[in-house]
Design a protein around this ligand. Structure first.
Ligand SMILES: NC(=O)c1ccc[n+]([C@@H]2O[C@H](COP(=O)([O-])OP(=O)(O)OC[C@H]3O[C@@H](n4cnc5c(N)ncnc54)[C@H](O)[C@@H]3O)[C@@H](O)[C@H]2O)c1
Length: 350
């Protein structure tokens, strides 16, 4: 049977659209980029020429285009809910960047629009598609390290200002009204989703310390959001763990690694070894897996997110990560902020 080509509109065409969404749609034989919308119309026009598609002049024009079956929402976080809800209500499938929204109220409204629409809603928690994390999920299900005892995850790089299209400290990532969260919502949300995926359990409670150590606005004043977050978690299945997220890892090499401790051994994923996963068994035996590297800001690899989104639409199935997962991860980010303010453990309100 011939697969229908999915018409796509990309909403917001900054760094993530240019480095992942646009090239990965262009390479997907079941997708066709119909058009691009960005508040910066010059940027949209340049990219529309490169990708041989239309320039839309408003969100309404983009989601009103009958050739469009699906949209990618790649605008700053504060606009995710508005764009996602309007696109779902217009009958479009939505791939929304993370975090899915900036409040639980917004996220609940997204979930309501999603349920009513019957469309695919996929938040871009791309760590589930990263080769070593996919493999780790499989190995953990098989019980390679026995019963899980503890986890330790990191996501640390030198900050979003060099990544964002603004390429300066004047980026929206540092503005609370557009970002909603600092590093916890930017990097933390990825690992929160990942640990839910790896352990098949929800996070029950969090104790977090969110810090602003070094990031500054162009005028030299410190930003008023976290550039580091240190978290302790307890999962609903009782598993404890810690995570550190940082925008001040100026060492050159990004740290996106995780260590999972079990009764039979320890699994190190994207750690200091050459191999992507090394399982150190209790008796000293090492089992190594070379399955594929992880993207860094400096070295972009195919995320696989667009292929998964398009496949979920054409195959009429759930994607590997759904609107429900986006909501759960957001709830943990919000609870971490509350814990840091109160200085105490907080149970997650989903
Ligand atoms: N999944 C990931 O790993 C990942 C990685 C990077 C960024 N992101 C997310 O992608 C989103 C975009 O980030 P980015 O790095 O591309 O930012 P960016 O600053 O590089 O680009 C943002 C773009 O949005 C446009 N824009 C701003 N407000 C708009 C609006 N209201 N309507 C239309 N266009 C608007 C800007 O002109 C700019 O072109 C964010 O939510 C971010 O968290 C996700």
């Amino acid at each position: 049977m011939e697969t229908k080509t999915i018409g796509v509109a990309v909403l917001g065409c900054g760094a993530v659209a240019q480095r992942r969404h646009l090239p990965e749609y262009a390479a997907n034989k079941n997708a066709k980029i119909e058009g691009i919308f960005d508040l910066n119309q010059e940027r949209a026009a340049e990219l529309a020429e490169r990708y041989d598609c239309k320039v839309y002049h408003s969100l309404e024009e983009a989601i009103g285009d009958p050739a469009v079956d699906a949209v990618s929402v790649c605008v700053p976080n504060a606009y995710h809910a508005e764009y996602t809800i309007k696109a779902l209500n217009a009958g479009k499938h939505v791939l929304v960047e993370k975090p899915m929204a900036t409040s639980l109220e917004e996220s609940a409204k997204i979930m309501e629009a999603w349920r009513k629409s019957g469309k695919v809603l996929m938040p871009d928690h791309n760590q589930r598609l990263v080769p070593a994390y996919k493999k780790a999920h499989e190995l953990l299900q098989e019980g390679i390290i026995g019963d899980l005892l503890f986890f330790q995850c990191n996501f640390k790089h030198s900050g979003p200002e060099g990544w964002s299209i603004a390429n300066s400290n004047d980026t929206w990532f540092f503005k609370e009204d557009q970002a909603g969260f600092g590093v916890m919502g930017d990097l933390g949300v990825h690992k929160v989703d990942l640990i839910r995926f790896l352990t098949n359990s929800e996070i029950k409670s969090v104790f977090a310390e969110e810090l602003t150590l070094d990031k500054k606005f162009p005028n030299g004043e410190m930003i008023n959001m976290d550039d580091n977050a240190i978290c302790m978690f307890t999962m609903e299945n009782g598993l404890p763990g810690i995570m550190h997220f940082s925008w001040t890892n100026y060492g050159g090499k990004e740290d996106n690694g995780s260590i999972i401790y079990g009764t039979k051994g320890v699994m190190k994923i994207y750690g200091d070894y050459e191999d992507d996963i090394v399982v150190e068994m209790r008796d000293g035996v090492q089992i190594k897996y070379s399955v594929g590297k992880i993207s860094t800001n400096a070295n972009q690899l195919k995320s696989g997110v667009i292929d998964e989104f398009v496949a979920a639409i054409t195959e009429q199935r759930k994607p590997i990560v759904t609107g429900f997962d986006g909501h759960q991860a957001l709830a943990v980010v919000i609870a971490a902020g509350e814990s840091s303010k109160k200085g105490q453990w907080v149970d997650i309100q989903y």
